[in-house]
Design a protein around this ligand. Structure first.
Ligand SMILES: Nc1ncnc2c1ncn2[C@@H]1O[C@H](COP(=O)(O)OP(=O)(O)O)[C@@H](O)[C@H]1O
Ligand SMILES: [Mg+2]
Length: 230
């Protein structure tokens, strides 16, 4: 479903090329709940940006849902991102002036659906994350855990091929973090959502059904075949 082949990324700093990803290979299948764990500065966010089509690699190939995305032009890439990727961020990134329902509706607005259909789907998604009694609340009227539930609903409402969560529990106290993690696990098990969680926290990583490690721009455990052969 998602395959990165020998992905490299370097940034030019003055006359120096800093290599941040040094040949990453990663396969994600539909229904995976995968963690990418590594220390600060190991390249996690750089890798997430490439998987999420927010940044382009310096070298290597990327196939998503049967398409070679390396060759796509920017406009096609944005449309493809909207249809295929859902994002969850550490700091929620909700729009403050919109209600929970309106925040969740945002990804659907770009798809040219009718208003009624958009509301129906956004509401159904908020029910799935247990937020049906907070539809009209704005982000500053919600707790951290509730904001992340809304953000998860927004990530999932368009039925993306994969949800990318970058430190989704990083801004939450440990009890709330555990609740949000249980929600992601349930959405993976019951709704078959494919979820990639980026974290530096071993307690989060070990609750995922597949685990990888990133260190100094190298990813360990990214290939499904290698794991099966072990
Ligand atoms: N735009 C950039 N320009 C130069 N260096 C960058 C840029 N983005 C990230 N880096 C460097 O790449 C390394 C990995 O960063 P990042 O992917 O954010 O790591 P992580 O998310 O694991 O903390 C860091 O050393 C960082 O300084
Ligand atoms: Mg990061």
């Amino acid at each position: 479903m998602l395959r990165l082949v020998d992905i490299q990324k370097s940034f030019r700093l003055g006359t120096l090329d800093v290599e941040v990803l040094c040949g990453v290979n990663l396969e994600v299948a539909a229904g995976d709940l995968l963690s990418i764990m590594g220390p600060s500065g190991s390249g996690k966010s750089t890798l997430m940006n490439i998987i999420g089509l927010l940044g382009r690699p310096t070298a290597g190939s990327y196939f998503l849902d049967g398409r070679d995305v390396s060759s796509m032009k920017d406009r096609e890439l944005s449309a493809f991102r909207n249809m295929h990727i859902g994002f969850v961020f550490q700091s929620f990134n909700l729009l403050d002036h919109l209600t929970a329902l309106e925040n969740v509706a945002v990804p659907l607005v770009y798809r040219g659906l009718g208003r009624g259909e958009i509301r129906r789907r956004a509401r159904a998604m908020l029910e799935k994350v247990g937020m049906e009694d907070r539809l009209g609340h704005k982000p500053d009227q919600l707790s951290g855990g509730q904001k992340q539930r809304v953000a998860i609903a927004r990530a999932l409402v368009g039925e993306p091929a994969v949800v990318l969560a970058d430190e989704p529990t990083g801004a939450l106290d440990s009890d709330t973090a555990e609740e949000v993690m249980q929600l992601l696990i349930r959405l993976n098990r019951e709704e078959r959502n494919t979820i990639v969680i980026i974290t530096h926290d071993p307690l989060i990583a070990r609750q995922c059904t597949r685990q990888t490690l990133i260190r100094d721009g190298l990813l360990l455990g990214g290939l499904r075949q290698a794991e099966a052969a072990e």
